[in-house]
Design a binder for this molecule. Sequence first.
Ligand code: ADE
Length: 224
Amino acid sequence: MKIDVLTLFPEMFTPLNDSILGKAQEKNLLEINVINIRDFSADKHKKCDDYPFGGGAGMVMMAQPICAAFDSIQKSDDTLCIYMSPKGKKLNQNLVKELSSRNHLVLLCGHYEGVDQRALDLCVDMEVSIGDYVLTGGEIPAMALIDAVSRYVPEVLGSAESAQDESFSENLLEYPQYTRPQNFRGKEVPEVLVSGNHGKIDQWRREQKIIVTMQNRPDLLEKD
Ligand code: ADE
């Protein structure tokens, strides 16, 4: 999968070069290109923002550098251009799966008071939000989307980390996990996990998923 990111702050994306996503890029399973919108400004001072028409606080990102950056990207029928925005469709595991079926995503990260609407009308297919709160820019949301989507790219996760047995599969959250030592600060690992009885362990884990979901996210149990 190829992901192009358009941003005024390319240095924010260095965490994607570590850990699982770093390895996925080394193995060419994933190609992430971070593109600096400022490089496409036609202004002699490389200006990318200006005051809002109609007045009001803050600055607005200009359409010209954004559209020129989009134009520089080679697209196909399978390319989806997304603007990261608190006004967008809320990201959940189903949308993550849907996006992972594309082989090319382009993510636009906004800053300041927003982006000139004409850039969105001309260049963007959909807007995506990572939750009902406002961040200072779209970079962290873009990284969250890239991380979540990459887990579905074949071979990015090893079998040990496989995307099968995890939170949100079947609309249930993950069961609690334990590792050695068996007693830590007086707290014992649940007896069943050291029983060696795999039928009982599976049953305990299924029950725990329901208990954790009822405690933390009862809304997930109400859905279809
Ligand atoms: N930019 C600022 N806040 C955001 C959010 N919650 N989701 C996506 N992009 C954003």
